[in-house]
Design a binder for this molecule. Structure first.
Ligand code: S3P
Length: 428
């Protein structure tokens, strides 16, 4: 278990981030969706994190040929996906496991999806129940709720499914099943979750459209899709750690270049703006989705905020946002966020435990929490194997020195995190 110490940095900084990790959600989808084509997909700036490399290895185990030149990769799918001769290891990635569950449910063969001890304790019923209802053969511990998941590909029927949770992973699993079903399928969620799947598959030629009642209409694929040709933009969730560092360090400024500006991904920046930071979005191009720069400028002490809407749009950023809340003026409140309980760790518990260690007063609720803003003090933080907990408290170290235990998990999503962090502070 590796530990790192971050030393307080009291000087202003100016940071131009050209090397924020490539987007994790889009990279997973590149590895998986390329299998729906029969030509070679070209992907530049693929995230070389453990999670997305697991998805890429699984594509290879299913018969794809992958070439790699740094982060530029090509994926040539086989004519027909092959039954692998070993288990498929998704590592720490819920996205990998849930999306592959949807895809493999309709592919002839037998597949075992597994992952690390954290992933093996996360709920999979959210995909296995609706997939089983359309003919998928999925089993696992707790009647298919816990990985390893054993999947035997089957003929899938079309569906009309109103999802009880706003989850892009569930939606994507069902879309991947829907494109293999016998007839047109319909999927609806209460709040649009991140929509990379719809955008990318549409870009590849799939017929996936949202009607005026909010139902996503999914037509089965009759011929292979066009290959992907994409440069993965920077990940706004990874960039957000440095946005928070900037918003809490007097007279600092950061620009994050070439990041996805998809509205379902930048909500946390809007909340940071509501708290008082200056934030500008500069759209430059649109490739599957809007891409551009985000500028963050310190603008005085932050004010407390209540976060209760569009939760799916900032769920991954809540740990880092909680650091901003901890030093804001007043009491911040997070509501409707019970999904935090089933992320890489129970993030309500791990965020609050970390903040309490830093001397911050908090109140825990079933589906959220309250943070009384004030000062942070130095502490030793256990990440519980959760990359976003490790990085959020590392950022807090910019204000008051911090020791973070169990930092290996950061490699799942942001392998060069500390290279950037050491531009603004000292590490030990
Ligand atoms: C993701 C969807 C979200 C998010 C996760 C990545 C995706 O999870 O928290 O980090 O790539 O589809 P849920 O779908 O469970 O909300």
């Amino acid at each position: 278990m590796r530990t790192i110490s971050i030393q307080k940095h009291s000087k202003p900084f100016e940071l131009e981030c050209l090397d924020i990790a490539p987007d994790k959600s889009i990279s997973h989808r590149c590895a998986i969706f390329s299998l729906l084509s029969n030509e070679t997909s070209t992907i530049k700036n693929f995230l070389l994190g453990e999670d997305t490399l697991s998805s890429l290895s699984i594509a290879e185990q299913l018969g794809a040929e992958v070439t790699r030149d740094g982060s530029d990769i090509t994926i040539t799918p086989p004519k027909r996906l092959t039954e692998p001769d070993n288990i498929l290891d998704c590592g720490n990635a819920g996205t990998g496991m849930r999306l592959y569950a949807g895809l493999l449910s309709g592919i002839e063969g037998s597949f075992i999806l597994t992952g690390d001890r954290y992933l093996r304790s996360r709920p999979m019923n959210r995909v296995s129940i609706p997939l089983r209802a359309i003919g998928a053969k999925i089993d696992g511990r707790e009647e298919g709720n816990l990985a390893p998941l054993a999947i035997r590909g089957a003929k899938l029927s079309s569906f009309r499914y109103q999802s009880p949770i706003d989850s892009a992973q569930v939606k994507s699993a069902l879309i991947l099943a829907g494109v293999q079903a016998d007839k047109k399928s319909y999927y609806r969620e209460n709040l649009l979750s991140r929509d990379h799947t719809e955008r990318m598959l549409r870009g590849m030629g799939a017929n996936i459209n949202t009607n005026s009642d909010g139902w996503i209409e999914i037509e089965p694929i009759s011929t292979p899709l066009k290959p992907l040709d994409i440069t993965v933009p920077a990940d706004p969730s990874s960039g957000f750690f440095f946005a928070v560092a900037t918003a809490i360090t007097p007279n600092s400024k950061t620009v994050i270049r070439d990041v996805t500006l998809n509205p379902t991904r930048i909500e946390a920046y809007k909340v940071l703006k509501e708290m008082g930071a200056t934030i500008n979005f500069i759209e430059k191009e649109n490739i599957y989705e809007p891409i551009g720069d985000i500028e963050i400028i310190y603008n005085g002490k932050l004010s407390a905020v209540t976060v209760e809407n569009n939760i799916a749009w900032l769920i991954d950023e809540l740990p880092a946002l909680s650091i901003a809340m901890a030093v804001a003026e007043g009491k911040s409140i997070v509501k409707n966020a019970k999904e935090l309980r089933v992320k890489e760790s129970d993030r309500i518990t791990t965020v609050l435990e970390g903040l309490n260690r830093c001397g911050v007063e908090t109140i825990e609720h079933k589906d959220g929490y309250e943070i009384v803003g004030g000062e942070l003090s130095s502490a030793t933080i256990n990440s519980y194997g959760d990359h976003r907990i490790a990085m959020s408290f590392a950022i807090a170290g910019v204000l008051c020195s911090m020791k973070i235990e169990d930092i290996e998990c950061i490699d799942t999503s942001f392998p060069n995190f500390f290279d950037i962090l050491q531009k603004i502070t000292k590490l030990g």
